[in-house]
Design a protein around this ligand. Structure first.
Ligand code: PXL
Length: 278
């Protein structure tokens, strides 16, 4: 088996089933070595808790990068999620330059917004910087809200294929290469993801569940990275990640009232391992 090593850069939300506490187990379960660079440490995520702590780890990044360079440490992929500041985005961009193996893949999930709104603490300047990081990456995994913020295309909840084409063209114009646009919904009982690769769009459609959960974007992007590193095509990785995320939401929804803060992704790890090793 081809053994790959990924570096993922995102926050540690100590409680809340998102970012690193999701990426590390999911990518590892896919059989891929997962190195981490925490962008910050929060007591919980910012989506529904109040009074959380936040320690920004931007200042630690240059020394960590320097040490890796001295040790000759390189990665097959650098995958970024929730980042803490514009300065941190510049550092992450530099780490991509110095720590990626030749022929490696950079994957950016511009985790900063959902349902038409930026997450707490982000502003226009952050969006602009994130758009630059997305223009540099090989693959990006935005939802429609994030794509709309980065391109200036109006955010809509009801739309047709021409709206999605407009968003994808605007992302390409921004400099994006391969795009996995998540949460694309054309009918009442289906949803899916659009993969834009080499100027071609393909749609993976699946059933829509009656409700969503916090953190599904991180579960999706992590499973996508794991599958891609295991040699699945971009489209097959996007589809596998969608199937896995759907399963996780299905397991969470019956208990969603008490378990409002995250996805019970752990309960479906056995299925993920099966899908990856098929
Ligand atoms: O799931 C995205 C995410 C990651 N990290 C932190 C967050 C969020 C979304 O709210 O607050 C700290």
């Amino acid at each position: 088996m081809d053994y790959k090593r990924v570096l993922t850069i995102q926050d540690v939300s100590c409680v809340g089933q998102c970012s690193l506490t999701v990426a590390l187990p999911i990518i590892s379960a896919c059989g891929v070595e997962t190195a981490v660079l925490p962008s910050g440490v929060l007591s919980t995520h910012t989506g529904g808790f109040s009074g959380y702590t936040f320690r920004d780890l931007t200042d630690d990044m240059p020394a960590i990068e320097e040490h890796w360079q001295k040790e000759g440490i390189k990665f097959d992929s650098v995958y970024t999620g929730y980042l803490g500041s514009t300065l941190q985005i510049d550092m992450v961009s530099h780490i991509m330059d110095t720590c990626l193996k030749n022929g490696g893949t950079t994957i950016v999930d511009p985790a900063m917004a959902d349902n038409g709104k930026l997450y707490y603490g982000f502003d226009e300047a952050f969006v602009k910087k994130m758009a630059q990081l997305c223009a540099k990456a090989d693959i990006i995994v935005p939802n429609i809200t994030e794509a709309s913020f980065m391109t200036g295309v109006e955010y809509k909840t009801e739309y047709d294929r021409s709206y999605i084409d407009t968003i994808l063209s605007a992302l390409t114009k921004m400099g994006a290469k391969t795009v996995i646009l998540t949460g694309v919904t054309y009918t009442n009982d289906t949803t899916g993801v659009v993969v834009s690769e080499n100027g071609q769009y393909s749609y993976y459609e699946h059933k829509k569940l009656p409700g969503g959960c916090h953190g599904t974007g991180d579960v999706y992007a992590s499973a996508f990275v794991g599958a891609l590193m295991r040699g699945f095509s971009t489209f097959d990785s996007a589809a596998l990640a969608a199937d896995y995320t759907l399963l996780c939401i299905e397991k969470t929804l019956p208990d969603a009232k008490e378990h409002w803060y995250g996805v019970k992704f752990e309960t479906c790890i056995p299925e993920l391992v099966q899908m990856i090793n098929k």
